[in-house]
Ligand binder design. Structure first.
Ligand code: ADP
Length: 302
């Protein structure tokens, strides 16, 4: 089983020609509500790719929360460990302007109430093969969960987003770190020389001294994978017309975890993750863009 201990949000996305200045009102173009949050996204990506997934976290007892639970359940994610909080479901208030730039306000809501690792959490984690963590729940909880997983012999995969300098105790408990370039630079220090691929290689080498395995993702330039003292390996991206790169990283992590849970060799699981992320950037949204196992197989066979 893959267990995700993480966030679930409703993304409230407004598109507008121009974002308003403080005190100003403008007329927008469209408004959409899209389930998201890194935890929910990774859970969904892993389940669609064929993983057996359980979600631990919280939503509000409200319409957004119920919709997120229905969406995850419909794809086979076990949401019995997703508790109903007195706080409203977390929301991300996203404004996308005519130039494609965005500004975002995240209100953690129910996600912020998941502050302690409960006996139920411990029970579910100890029965898992893999634990997926991100940094959208309180850091103390994430650190505690990583320590428990290490003790229980469960493989821990961390997406360090939104990135902050991490306590040693957390990084030392992580088996696989999957960071984008920006996150890797915050954690490894910026090597500041050469091409993006050379820099990713240097950062992956540095981070692989701390965790067993590291992936540094590079958008349309693919990803760099490092394990132990061996030379890092470049995993190319698939060439697609990018429509919306939201949740590319989460799709990559979820599908990678699903592959590793099936005991696929790392290179094979990475190639599947890269294909799934490419499929996700071809479509709008987060949860709405993630491919199924069949779609991934078909894309790889083409
Ligand atoms: P994040 O979304 O966390 O910033 P990245 O942008 O690095 O992460 O993307 C994660 C992975 O998604 C990449 O390693 C790559 O495999 C895939 N990907 C991202 N953008 C594209 C793109 N434009 N075309 C093809 N694949 C992409």
């Amino acid at each position: 089983t893959i267990v995700v201990l993480g966030s679930a949000n409703m993304d409230l996305v407004v598109s507008t020609e121009r974002a308003p200045d403080m005190g100003e009102t403008v007329t927008g173009r469209t408004f959409r509500t899209v389930p998201g949050g890194k935890g929910a996204n990774q859970a969904l990506a892993a389940a669609r790719a064929g993983g057996t997934v359980r979600f631990l976290g919280a939503v509000g007892d409200d319409e957004f929360g119920h919709r997120i639970q229905r969406l995850l359940s419909a794809d086979g994610v076990d949401v019995s460990g997703m508790t109903a909080s007195n706080e409203p479901t977390g929301t991300a208030h996203i404004t996308v302007d005519g130039g494609g730039g965005n500004s975002i306000i995240v209100v953690p809501g129910a996600n912020g109430t998941v502050t302690t690792l409960t006996d139920e959490h411990r029970g579910v984690i100890s029965s898992a093969a893999t634990l997926l963590l991100q940094l959208e729940l309180p850091l103390k909880l994430v650190t505690e969960a990583s320590a428990f997983a290490r003790w229980a012999g469960v493989r821990t995969v961390l997406t360090p987003a939104p990135v902050i300098p991490l306590p040693e105790a957390l990084l030392d408990n992580v088996d696989l770190l999957v960071a984008n370039e920006h996150e890797a630079a915050v954690l490894a220090g910026h090597p500041g020389t050469g091409s993006a691929i050379d820099e990713a290689e240097a950062m992956a080498r540095t981070l692989a001294k701390r965790t067993k395995e590291v992936v540094v993702t590079l958008g349309d330039q693919g990803a760099m994978y490092a394990s132990g003292a061996g030379a890092p390996v470049h995993v190319p991206a698939f060439e697609v017309d990018a429509v919306d790169t939201t949740a590319a990283g989460d799709t990559f992590v979820g599908v990678l975890a699903a592959g590793l849970a099936e005991d696929l060799p790392a290179e094979v699981a990475l190639r599947r993750a890269s294909a799934a992320a490419a499929l996700a950037v071809k479509r709008f949204g987060a949860s709405t863009s993630m491919p199924t196992r069949r779609e991934i197989d078909k894309f790889l066979a083409a």
